[in-house]
Write a protein that binds this ligand. Sequence first.
Ligand SMILES: Cc1ncc(COP(=O)(O)O)c(C=O)c1O
Length: 405
Amino acid sequence: MLDTDELKNDFPIFSHIKDLVYLDSGATSLKPRQVIAKENEYYHKYSANIFRGIYKISEKATAEYEAVRGKVAHFIGAKNSREIVFVRNATEAVNLVAAGIGKTLKPGDEIIVSIMEHHSNFVPWQQRSLKKNANFKIWNTGRDYMLNLLELEKLMSSRTRLVAITAVSNVLGTINPIKKLVATIKKRIPESLVLIDGAQAVPHMKVDIEDLGCDFYVFSSHKMLGPTGVGVLWGRYELLHEMHPYQYGGDMIQAVYIDHTDFKDTPHKFEAGTPHIAGVIGLGAAIDYLKDLGMENVRRHEIELTTYAFEKLKLINGITIYGPTQMEDRGGVISFTIEKIHAHDIAQILDSRNICIRAGHHCAMPLHLSLNLVSTARASFYVYSTEKDVDALVEGLKFVQKTFS
Ligand SMILES: Cc1ncc(COP(=O)(O)O)c(C=O)c1O
């Protein structure tokens, strides 16, 4: 069990805004003082560039930065830290792969994405497909808000080059059975690549990449207690080794001549220019923090809190909650609508009580369109979220209804 009351003390924002009810962790998580301190440590004690300086503080910064690569690899069960590429966010990680794979796409090849993808795992594939005259296919959910394997079987063909799926929907909360899905895809078309968007999974549950059998996996530091501006791409070594660099410049080269350049191997050939050194070092502290809590405890806390929230929210007149009803099938994200009240009005009135939720399409417009919705309101939880926060939300929603009655 997580001691959330105790835990809240680690998050300085709660001492600055005493009555803050933060229910937008799906957008970005709050940061504990340990992460902020680690980032500051870099700026205070060894603020030098990495890989370049032949002096102690640069070597220290390089060692700290590279140690996090190992930490990330271990955290997600990757065998080789060369398979961990630091980028700006999950979005950039998808774009990096789309650029690499895109080079080899031929007219008539197929890319399949699920309808529940965040725009960051939708638009890059849509745009590559348009550019290359490839078929961009959409894998719909069933009435239970889950992806249906039979539907996928119908979509796949010998031309399927890549399937991109989110591990956890940022709107529906659906936890997709990734291992099973990947196995089905690989059995049917062994050459097909699978990219998993783990932006809403890695922060919330134990992830073992080798066990999943996918080819690429992406996520963001800022949703897992870490700094903004850092994302992670994991890819199979052979694939990353073969893939062309995404950007060109300093630090990703072996040697530069007038007529050509020899590039470093992965991961450095994908990390052109000075990276977000402090951010990566801060991500290391976020991983330490999550490991100390235990990912099983993090997940259990979210199941308990989501169950509690479901029970309370269900009682509100005119509410519709989207997503699976079994708690084991969903993460700590609850999207809902309330009859006759626009989601933006809900969010704005809640804000007058210092309750933060998200309203809109949550960067998943195709999913909203498929559900005939313009927008939803979304409450999302994390390690510091409590039943008291849920109670405040429920009272806040009653107040919203009274305002509109
Ligand atoms: C499921 C999912 N994928 C991808 C992203 C994009 O993350 P980022 O903005 O950090 O690139 C998000 C962000 O909300 C998300 O929820």
